[in-house]
Unconditional design. Structure first.
Length: 89
């Protein structure tokens, strides 16, 4: 609307994982957490609506990828992209 300041609502993407898949991922994470303490964060994120959504492109991360790496934050395509480097000043 003209004259109003623009306000944007963040759209939350709800991942396609079924309850059974989330339960399976929780078992995987819990079984690995002693050896990989960083998985505690994945366990915390597991029940968030955007768990399993790529933080780069916002597409779903494949379930097979999450099984292999429950802490994955990127889909396979974005994980292969070169890391962006900040411009030198």
């Amino acid at each position: 609307m003209p004259g109003n300041s623009a306000s944007f609502t963040r759209v939350t993407h709800h991942h396609y994982l079924t309850l059974e898949q989330r339960a399976s991922l929780e078992r995987i994470i819990r079984s690995r957490i002693a050896a990989q303490p960083q998985l505690k964060l994945a366990l915390d994120r597991l029940h968030a609506p955007d768990y399993g959504v790529c933080i780069e492109c916002r597409k779903d991360i494949a379930y097979a990828r999450l099984e292999a790496d429950p802490d994955a934050l990127h889909c396979q395509a974005c994980a292969r992209l070169p890391v962006a480097r900040p411009a030198h000043r």
